[in-house]
Design a protein around this ligand. Structure first.
Ligand SMILES: *[C@@H]1O[C@H](CO)[C@@H](O)[C@H](O)[C@H]1NC(C)=O
Ligand SMILES: *[C@@H]1O[C@H](CO)[C@@H](O)[C@H](O)[C@H]1NC(C)=O
Ligand SMILES: *[C@@H]1O[C@H](CO)[C@@H](O)[C@H](O)[C@H]1NC(C)=O
Ligand SMILES: *[C@@H]1O[C@H](CO)[C@@H](O)[C@H](O)[C@H]1NC(C)=O
Ligand SMILES: *[C@@H]1O[C@H](CO)[C@@H](O)[C@H](O)[C@H]1NC(C)=O
Ligand SMILES: *[C@@H]1O[C@H](CO)[C@@H](O)[C@H](O)[C@H]1NC(C)=O
Ligand SMILES: *[C@@H]1O[C@H](CO)[C@@H](O)[C@H](O)[C@H]1NC(C)=O
Ligand SMILES: *[C@@H]1O[C@H](CO)[C@@H](O)[C@H](O)[C@H]1NC(C)=O
Ligand SMILES: *[C@@H]1O[C@H](CO)[C@@H](O)[C@H](O)[C@H]1NC(C)=O
Ligand SMILES: *[C@@H]1O[C@H](CO)[C@@H](O)[C@H](O)[C@H]1NC(C)=O
Length: 311
């Protein structure tokens, strides 16, 4: 019986706290104690309406826990970034007994939060959809990718997409860029493998764009209905891709012994539809956890939904 009473009391307190102090016009006291009557903002005092919804960014939703039916954005990205930092600096023809020791990036919750607030605004950079946009803001090296949910999922989980701009470099471009950085189409890849960069945080947001003129402009075609879109934002710090700097240093390390076998990025995922189907091949490379992720992914996929949330 008194449990219900407590509940009512509790609700009453919540409701009281939740009630605004007074919705009618109030005189405000200035710093020197003068009382003034507020007459300036008629619109806001007489008619407190919500700001009109932005038709380009309806119901933006955090997709942290729902990428594919049962897929988590953070481990997928962290594994790809770790893989890239480990393999790419060695170059197309890695030398024996040479190592480029790049520490793993750390996931930063605060950057994730800042990325989320940016993604919640549904940015659509001029580079267009289905392309990774790289920007350097005051504090971060920033990625923005937006597109349909399918294209975004395919992009995020496909390591070849992440390495494509570096794979496309010519030998001479690679050699000069790794000695003295020069900005180029390879910026996103180099941001990931930038030695001084230590932390990253990303967010994925899904939203509805119902502004057909905007959509037609973005997709350069006549879009006739609202579209559900996804936006990925990643923030890296300290900022990489600094012109004239050395991205990373590779050193001979004869004492370490043989390096793990080199796996070309191209063979990491066979070009099949199923992601992570190459777990066995990856198991060769012991220190690296793509294989572990694949197993975790398969396990998680087969759990009932309630268990899945807890894992
Ligand atoms: C607001 O100020 C006016 C003029 O000084 C005064 O007549 C009125 O009573 C004040 N209202 C309140 C709620 O203090
Ligand atoms: C406050 O009131 C005093 C006396 O009425 C007046 O001289 C002064 O200018 C007022 N200050 C402001 C900020 O309105
Ligand atoms: C308040 O309303 C009056 C009359 O409707 C108008 O003349 C005045 O510009 C409005 N003030 C503001 C700040 O909107
Ligand atoms: C307040 O909003 C209602 C509906 O949104 C509108 O009909 C009315 O004209 C508005 N009043 C003023 C003073 O703007
Ligand atoms: C890129 O970064 C600059 C700040 O360095 C900022 O003013 C600009 O809005 C950013 N561009 C996008 C598309 O976010
Ligand atoms: C997205 O993928 C799903 C499942 O793979 C498919 O059913 C759907 O048609 C795809 N949508 C588009 C727009 O390609
Ligand atoms: C992965 O990305 C590469 C390079 O962009 C592309 O050629 C390949 O078709 C993609 N694979 C899948 C499964 O989407
Ligand atoms: C997207 O927004 C438009 C306009 O509000 C609405 O008509 C449409 O049903 C929405 N679509 C989805 C899938 O939410
Ligand atoms: C765009 O598509 C709509 C509906 O399909 C059609 O009515 C309109 O004529 C098209 N406009 C252009 C410029 O193709
Ligand atoms: C890395 O950081 C150190 C110390 O902050 C700085 O001296 C160096 O120039 C940076 N290197 C690159 C490549 O950014």
């Amino acid at each position: 019986m008194w449990r219900e009473l407590l509940l009512i009391l509790f609700l009453a307190i919540i409701l009281r706290i939740g009630t605004p102090q007074d919705s009618t016009t109030q005189n405000s006291t200035t710093s020197n104690g003068n009382v003034t009557t507020d007459t300036t903002d008629n619109a806001t005092t007489e008619n407190r309406t919500e700001p009109p919804p932005n038709p380009r960014c309806l119901q933006p939703t955090d997709r942290k826990e729902g990428f594919f039916p049962d897929f988590y954005i953070k481990p997928v990205l962290m594994d790809i970034f770790t893989y890239m930092r480990r393999i790419l600096p060695l170059g197309a023809t890695p030398k024996k007994n040479v190592a480029c020791i790049l520490p793993r990036l750390k996931w930063n919750k605060q950057y994730e939060f800042v990325a989320l607030s940016k993604a919640m605004k549904c940015p659509t950079p001029d580079t267009g959809p289905h392309k990774l946009f790289y920007n350097q803001t005051e504090n971060y090296g920033e990625f923005i990718y937006f597109g349909t949910p399918n294209s975004t999922e395919a992009f995020v989980s496909n390591d070849s997409d992440w390495t494509a701009d570096i794979d496309a470099m010519s030998k001479s471009e690679w050699e000069s860029t790794t000695k003295k950085y020069r900005k180029g189409a390879w910026d996103p890849g180099f941001q990931i493998i930038w030695s001084n960069t230590t932390s990253v945080g990303c967010a994925l947001v899904q939203y509805n764009n119902s502004d057909l003129a905007d959509l037609s402009r973005i997709f350069k075609t006549n879009v006739s209905g609202p579209m559900i879109l996804n936006t990925l934002v990643c923030l890296f710090s300290p900022i990489g891709c600094v012109e004239g700097e050395i991205p990373f240093v590779c050193k001979p390390i004869p004492t370490v012994g043989p390096l793990p076998p080199f796996i070309s990025p191209r063979t990491l995922y066979p070009p099949t539809v199923k992601p992570f189907s190459s777990a066995k091949k990856l198991g060769v490379d012991k220190g690296f956890n793509f294989g572990t992720l694949s197993i975790a992914y398969i396990l998680i996929r087969n759990l009932p939904p309630i268990l899945r949330l807890q894992s």
